[in-house]
Design a protein around this ligand. Structure first.
Ligand code: NAD
Length: 484
């Protein structure tokens, strides 16, 4: 098998296997063919990985930030050099078109390694002068062993978005990819070693939820960063709380995108397409509730349908293909179930709605119009190519309806009214907001959610605070005054 890795796990700088672990079959979503067979980590493997990360941590943290950063930046260069091969692997792991993976996966992983590699040398504490000559200085310290747990939609990116800031701060990591897409994180681990990372600094072990759970509860672990669904986030957050561990939770969403009648319609349609159909709709921050002002509703829907006719659906390895399969049969069936609910609850299906008659897990890009706030498709995260279009009349009304959700990951507004745009984003209850665009997530900017969509932020300088802590040192220059 062309994509079979040398072994399932990467621990202490080497590939490691334990065939006693539950089988994991890696399926190419475009054909249904098995492209690799791996094993879930046994307790022996979990133990090996945590020991390796624990043993490597002090020496890694003792390097200068410049040295750690150099290794991360070298890893970034290697990733860029191998972008095409890594993209082919990512396409086979996830089914996402090569047109996307060559620009959004290894490249964004490389961005994170480069950005945090660049920051590593500048991470410091501060000096705080006090009265009478006393002062405090703070020391920025690594947390220790960090666990990263990934979702299946952006496997390379997630492995790097968690690994790069963790390593920059002097932590070591045990990363568990999603069981659906286990291949590319192994390549990230290989590349880091090739770039000079000491063994044990970044380990990858495979497994289902039980393996993730055993990592989260281990007393050697100081921090858990999860990308996944809200139900998993609840469990992981609760388990981490028991051990008072640091957490970052990047969870699901049902984000609103508001289109006012003064917006540039082409741009708004482009935003709605990117925010609903990129990666076959399997993006956490998608703007799946598209609120369109009533006066432009029919024009918007007409233009959207015309543009969707140009989606090129097919073999994701074909560079002209812009819309590929969903990641798995299971995920496709979940989306089909929501489409049935949409129809049953009275939404108007205006585009797609069917499985495509070919091998693999292809679903048509699907649009429902006349969706109302209480319909299931407007309330629950679908995580597939299903857009709900809702009408609205006034700004006040749409603001309240946009925020009427337990989620708070992202939100967007399309309007040419400058003050309204800023008023709207100020009112959004969401971590990541967009004005006249959608779904961009550059490494320089914080990314994350509020409400049930998460805790903490990835990327940007803020991620440093989530992977390090401050030690406060009070220095007295005076005699100690005691009351007796
Ligand atoms: P999931 O919650 O099913 O699984 C996520 C990961 O958690 C997997 O690796 C899984 O094995 C692991 N896991 C499951 N149960 C666990 C447990 N009890 N303890 C520890 N680990 C456990 O999510 P998924 O289906 O892989 O991914 C889709 C979800 O991820 C969607 O809800 C999507 O919105 C979300 N997501 C969020 C972001 C973000 O940045 N906010 C990005 C991508 C995906």
């Amino acid at each position: 098998m062309k994509f079979q890795p040398r072994a399932s796990h990467f621990i202490d700088g080497e590939y490691v296997e334990d065939t006693n672990g539950t089988a994991i079959e890696v399926i190419y979503p475009a054909t249904g063919e098995v492209i690799a067979r791996l094993h879930s980590a046994t307790p022996v493997i979990v133990e090996q990985a945590l020991n390796s990360a624990k043993n490597a941590q002090a020496a890694w943290a003792a390097l200068s930030g410049t040295e750690r950063g150099r290794i991360l930046r070298r890893a970034s260069d290697i990733m860029r050099e191998r972008n095409y091969d890594l993209s082919v692997l990512e396409t086979h792991d996830t089914g996402k078109p090569i047109q996307e993976t060559t620009v959004a996966d290894a490249t964004s992983g490389a961005d994170a390694l480069e950005y945090f590699g660049g920051l590593a040398a500048s991470l410091t504490g501060e000096h705080i002068p006090l009265g009478g000559g006393d002062f405090v200085y703070t020391i920025r310290e690594a947390l220790g062993v960090c666990v990263g747990i990934g979702a299946w939609n952006y496997p390379t990116q997630i492995a790097c978005w968690k690994g790069a800031p963790a390593l920059a701060c002097g932590n070591t990591m045990v990363f568990k990819p999603s069981e659906t897409t286990p291949l590319s994180a192994l390549k990230v681990a290989e590349i880091l070693v090739e770039a000079g990372a000491p063994k044990g600094v970044y380990n990858v072990i495979q497994g289902y939820g039980d393996v993730g759970a055993s990592l989260v509860t281990d007393p050697r672990v100081a921090k858990v960063s999860l990308t996944g669904s809200v139900p998993t986030g609840r469990k992981v957050y609760a388990a981490a709380a028991d051990g008072m561990k640091h957490v970052t939770m990047e969870l699901g969403g049902k984000s609103p995108m508001i289109v006012f009648d003064d917006a540039d319609i082409e741009n708004a349609v482009s935003g709605a397409i990117l925010g609903n159909f990129y990666s076959s709709g399997q993006v956490c921050s998608n703007g799946t509730r598209v609120f369109v002002q009533k006066s432009i509703k029919e024009a918007f829907l007409r233009r959207l349908s015309e543009r969707l006719d140009h989606a090129k659906i097919g073999d994701p390895m074909d560079e002209n293909v812009s819309f590929g399969p969903m990641v798995s049969e299971n995920q496709m069936n979940i989306a089909l179930g929501y489409i049935e609910k949409g129809k049953a609850e009275g939404a108007r299906l205006i585009y797609g709605g069917e499985r495509i008659d070919r091998d693999g897990y292809f679903l048509q890009p699907t649009v429902f119009a006349d969706v109302t706030d209480n319909m299931t498709i407007a309330r629950e995260e679908i995580f597939g190519p299903v857009m709900s279009v809702l009408d609205f009349e006034t700004e006040e009304e749409v603001m309240a309806r946009a925020n009427d959700t337990e989620f708070g990951l992202a939100a967007g507004v399309f309007t040419n009214d400058l003050t309204r745009a800023h008023r709207i984003v100020a009112g959004f209850e969401a971590g990541t907001c967009y004005i006249n665009t959608y779904n961009l997530a550059p490494v320089e900017a914080p990314f994350g959610g509020s409400k049930m969509s998460g805790v903490g932020r990835e990327n940007s300088k803020l991620a440093i605070n989530h992977f390090s802590e401050m030690k406060t040192v009070y220095v007295s220059m005076n005699d100690v005054e005691a009351p007796y």
